[in-house]
Design a protein around this ligand. Sequence first.
Ligand code: MLT
Length: 270
Amino acid sequence: MTHSIQLIAPRGNTISITACGTGRTVILLHGFPLDSRMWQKQLTALEDRFHVLAIDMRGFGGSTLDEQVYSIADLASDVDIVRQHLASNEPIVLVGLSMGGYVALEYYRCFGKHLAGLVLANTKPQSDTDAAKLGRLKMADEALQQGTWAAVAAMLPRLLADNTLVNDATTTQFVELMMRSVRPATIWAAQHAMANRNDFTSSLKTIRVPTLVVTGQLDPISTPENNASWSQQISEARLHVIPGVGHLPPLESPDEFNTILIEFLNSVLG
Ligand code: MLT
């Protein structure tokens, strides 16, 4: 059974968390433009063995957006506030998907001593090209001028594989519902934070915790080829490519995603 926690952080912002289970702590960080609801099937699968905290990042879900401009490092600090207040005293495992992975890598840089393991799902360590940055800033402005859905609708077929879009109406509608529920100012702020994020490529070799790298075979945003290349630089990384799915394996192929996640968590947290 999950419950919702509203944590008031030291600078007054509210961080909303969906929590369940007891034991060693696993923190889940969602992708863009989604929220902690994307982890529903992982919360259910993990709650028997682990204490699971799915965080809504600034402005998403139930968390407040108090400042228009923030950085990925600020989001990593929010994660550490959650860890300090809600996690057990032992090192945690951080699971970040895409934007959540950018935050997880930044968390490693700033607070790595608190990590027992890392799961980098459908993400990448590279920062944006100039063209990608421009695309983000365009979407950010469109969200303010024309509304969230006008700005983000074109992302839906990049998030889900064709097979999911055609044959899994429940997942497709759920992802669309999450995307539509994001406020324009939240889109703007997150796109600016991602456009300005650090490149982590040259620091991958400093990662010294067991790391599960996972992506979808058909993910156009975090391709298997790119994952195979950068994950080799992490000494304790193992790569898993989930067949037939796109950018959101936790939703598109929850059983396979959960199986490899639980296997990894058991090996790291015992
Ligand atoms: C995500 O799923 O979080 C986004 O695709 C990340 C991005 O826009 O780079």
